[in-house]
Design a protein around this ligand. Sequence first.
Ligand code: PGA
Length: 249
Amino acid sequence: MRKLVVGNWKMHGGLDANAALLGALYAAGRQACPFAVCVPFPYLQQAQALLGSSSVAWGAQDLSEHASGAYTGEVSGAMLKDFACRYVIVGHSERRALFGDTDERVAAKVGAAISVKLQPILCVGETLGEREAGVTEAVVERQLAAVFARCGAEALAACVIAYEPVWAIGTGKTASPEQAQAVHAFIRARLSAWCGEDVAAAMTILYGGSVKPQNAAELFAQADIDGGLIGGASLVAGDFLAIVAAAAS
Ligand code: PGA
């Protein structure tokens, strides 16, 4: 597996604040663990300008499932490639819950990303109700299976997977390292069945949901947790870099 830490800025930022944050990431230079930031669309050019000569990668938080056409307000994968994005988050729980991203649409978006050689960061995860009902594994399997069914094993294998329990996102409630590891191991086992054992072993599976400098090391020490998808803490350079450092050790 390849270690990775990705910041998800969500709908935060502004030119001045971004310049300071991106400047601090640039100044930190190459870290033992590769890291990236996924910024709002209007700031992709700024990320490219300020990070372009660094080892820090950048990406977007969503893309259209369509390649082009009369889709007012949508942004295509090819447009993201124009700004040298490496990654695109697909199927974040906020998009699933608030913007109608069904399993099928998420799968179509993964296909759209792969077709232009963007690496999807495919988010999966259960709600609190689903965890309490004991269907966590069924939910995560369904979300992954939709991508496998539509896009195939090769496309699924090209994704970074992010397990983000919905009840842990932005709530300050983190899954315990054991809870997270159990789901990560399940995900790797499913990937192994679909993509082959060696391929699954090499895939990156991130944990996301209230990761902070204080809890990152314990989470990243788990066998199947290869890094993190970081929301709130990615907006503070010192916190984000501390999390990146925790992934390296
Ligand atoms: P959080 O968000 O770190 O603020 O909980 C994680 C995410 O939504 O990717």
